[in-house]
Design a protein around this ligand. Structure first.
Ligand SMILES: Cc1cc2nc3c(=O)[nH]c(=O)nc-3n(C[C@H](O)[C@H](O)[C@H](O)COP(=O)(O)O)c2cc1C
Ligand code: SF4
Length: 594
């Protein structure tokens, strides 16, 4: 890449250090990878040190500081993609192309590897090429054709359009996925109430955030609105990295107006003048579409200066594309990334509502939360609060994947029975459901009468179905790999702990495990719980704990294969592990266990 091209790229971002991740991403598109020389030029132009720029580039999986293949193929390693045969398909492609997984072929043409989850589990198996061309519904035939196209050096943009078809797969629609209001209608209703009136409406709705934690949206907005600052920000968290979750993809594809309108209403209430959408790198293919929606809304005077003719109501939205790091879904890591840094979660408090993007008051909400706000503005808070349960009002979108006849999106009022969702999606002989993704909860058949709600089974959206043919140990093992792969490495309990979990799970998988390994797994769970810096590490052992407790025979099968533990006693193992847990020297414990 010429210096002139790079300088133009940097100038397009006003040579702002906060745009570093975007500049690196775009420079890589032009060059294929990021040589040291390019990093040096970028550092100089932005007034940063080379070490800082290298540190940032090294953090994100989709940024490469070493040469990579011209065709970088990443298969989705999500458990439901694996159940659909991703492993065999990847082996087939590697064989056809004569390439070893995770290595660049000698001629530099191609590399093949795994990615955590591409957000396409309802139409998998899926893969990404060069991080932004998606190929869905993989089959042996498609792999054979794909290998030939790569050998013939046909650009992914010229591959059959059908391959990159991504369907919404809406199986059941309620208020959010049903008919939509005209752009501006809900915003008009919000503005007619005034900022305080809209906030009161939101309070009446009792809306809780859809990103997982269920924090009351009105409280968050009020705290942000009341926090002193030169500039307030609204951030839409579209990182959607939790395996098994793909609702935000559909909302941004076909309901982008509702999401952006919700962000604009947030600006009206909090006094923000700038908004940011943090779009996960895997959804880069939605970027042009989203820019077009923003452009149209600007033309409709629903964004920009004097929105809907109201002098002083100015709000603009930019899009920041992520670069392959699940931890950046955590709101403070996301803000770090937006500021052009490594996505390391911040120490909280202070919370983003007081000290967020560029140190200013910032409200971060999930894509679905913003869509909810649009419908609340239109129909009122009382209407919303009458849907669902007392503590969980409104509807929730579930991303159904795995062993069922009709995967896709299902929207239900909160309070819906798990069994009802299984019936509706055509699941048969179901052994388990992983609700909320690997960070969530694994339910076994005796729990299918429980209800989806913050007061019973909370969820961020994933609903992965496993029938009785599935080995739940394999499921937990896949999740263990996911957390180890995605740990940002900042704190010892998570960095070391997630790797130790993987090591023991692999030992059990090989049939070399004993009761002592299960004891170590319990101990790791105890040590990591409550000692990690952010929610990723805190949730990393959830699948392990749930599956050992509820699907014990799946583990015992691996142990019994060596006739190792005839007297394995789960309760005794657990209490022993509890006794051995010393919270204040967790790091030392973990390092010693390695
Ligand atoms: C490791 C980790 C990953 C997360 N990923 C996401 C995500 O992809 N999308 C999201 O909205 N929230 C995610 N969250 C939760 C956010 O930190 C935050 O609570 C949420 O965006 C707030 O929005 P809400 O109030 O509308 O729910 C994640 C949290 C953790 C700990
Ligand atoms: S818990 Fe894991 S992801 Fe979170 S800060 Fe620590 S190392 Fe990083």
């Amino acid at each position: 890449m010429s210096t002139e091209t790079l300088n133009k790229l940097i100038a397009r971002h006003d040579a702002s250090p906060h745009a570093l991740v975007q500049i690196l991403r775009e420079a890589q598109v032009l060059q294929g990878w990021l040589p040291r020389e390019t990093l040096g030029q970028i550092a100089q132009a932005l007034g940063l040190t080379l070490a800082h720029v290298q540190g940032v580039a090294g953090f994100y999986r989709f940024l490469h500081t070493r040469p990579v293949g011209s065709y970088r193929v990443l298969f989705s390693n999500n458990i439901t993609d694996r159940m659909l045969g991703v492993d065999a398909l990847m082996r087939d492609l590697c064989q056809r192309l004569g390439v070893t997984r995770a290595q660049v072929r000698a001629d530099g043409r191609v590399s093949v590897d795994l990615a955590s989850c591409t957000g396409l589990c309802d139409q998998g198996p899926a893969l990404l090429v060069n991080h932004h061309h998606v190929v869905t519904r993989l089959s042996p035939g498609r792999i054979e054709h794909l290998a030939a196209l790569i050998e013939d050096q046909v650009l992914p943009s010229l591959w059959p359009a059908e391959w990159s078809r991504v369907d919404d797969q809406i199986q059941l629609a309620d208020v959010k996925l049903g008919p939509q209001p005209a752009p501006g209608e809900a915003l008009g209703a919000a503005m007619a109430r005034g900022p305080q009136g809209m906030l009161d409406e939101l309070k009446r709705s009792k809306l809780r955030g859809r990103g997982g934690a269920g924090y009351p949206t009105a409280t968050k907005w009020e705290l942000c609105r009341n926090a002193p600052g030169q500039m307030h920000y609204v951030v839409c968290n579209a990182d959607e990295g939790e395996p098994g979750t793909f609702k935000d993809r559909v909302l941004l594809t076909s309901y982008a107006d509702a999401v952006i309108e919700g962000m604009t209403i947030a600006a009206w209430v909090t006094g923000a003048r700038r908004g940011l959408i943090y779009l996960r790198g895997e959804y880069r293919y939605l970027l042009e579409h989203l820019h077009a929606v923003l452009e149209r809304r600007r033309a409709q005077r629903l964004l920009g200066h004097g929105i809907r003719g109201h002098a002083g109501f100015d709000f603009s939205i930019d899009i920041h594309v992520g670069a392959g790091a699940y931890v950046c879904g955590e709101e403070s890591a996301l803000i770090e990334s937006l500021e052009g840094k490594r996505g390391t979660p911040r120490i909280r408090p202070p919370f983003p509502v007081e000290h967020g993007y560029l140190g200013q008051p910032t409200t971060v909400n999930n894509v679905e939360t913003f869509a909810d706000v649009t419908h609340i503005a239109l129909h009122g808070g009382d209407w919303w609060s009458r849907i669902g349960t007392r503590q969980s009002t409104g509807t929730k979108i579930h991303c159904v994947s795995g062993d069922c006849e009709r995967p896709g999106l299902y929207e239900y009022p909160f309070g819906t029975r798990v069994g009802r969702i299984l019936e509706d999606c055509g699941a048969r002989d179901t052994q388990a459901v992983q609700v909320g993704g690997p960070s969530g909860v694994c339910l076994s058949a005796f729990e299918f009468n429980r209800h989806i709600a913050f007061e019973d089974v909370p969820t961020a959206g994933a609903f992965m179905v496993f029938d009785r043919s599935r080995d739940m140990f394999t499921v937990a093992r896949n999740f263990a790999h996911f957390f180890a792969h995605e740990s940002c490495g900042f704190c010892t309990p998570c960095r070391v702990g997630t790797k130790l979990v993987v090591r023991r799970m692999e030992k059990l998988q090989r049939g070399d495990g004993s009761a002592a390994d299960v004891r170590v797994l319990f101990k790791l769970d105890q040590l990591m719980h409550g000692t990690t810096h952010c929610g990723l590490g805190a949730a990393a052992c959830n699948p392990l704990r749930d599956t050992i407790a509820k699907f014990r025979p799946a583990y015992e099968r691996h142990l019994q294969s060596l006739h190792f533990v005839p007297d394995f006693d789960l309760d005794a193992e657990l209490s022993q592990a509890r006794l051995a847990t010393a919270r204040d020297d967790t790091g030392a414990h973990l390092e010693n266990m390695e």
